[in-house]
Design a protein around this ligand. Sequence first.
Ligand SMILES: [Zn+2]
Length: 113
Amino acid sequence: MHEVGMMQSILERAVERAKQEGAHHIDGVHMRVGAASGVVPDSLEFAFEIAKKGTIAEDARLETELVPVVCYCANCQLEFQPTDLLYECPECHQPNCEVKQGQEFELAFLDVS
Ligand SMILES: [Zn+2]
């Protein structure tokens, strides 16, 4: 379950940010998770429950925004949403195009009090 470790470092950063703002509690943690990040949303929820115990985010809820994958083909200078895992350009059919978006695993914002 590497999601637990990932979630713990996200929460550490969240707690730090909340304290900087003078907050005592984190009520909500909003995250951006890319469709190609390799993270399973269900296990993320579970990891969050474990990671938040004993922190000021103990009563917080997790909100995740799923970011779709966007690829870029340098040949065609085209951005596209891949339909399969080959990331193939729809114009020139070159596979493994550069992933511009969709690998996010980051803190978006916090609800604090
Ligand atoms: Zn192309």
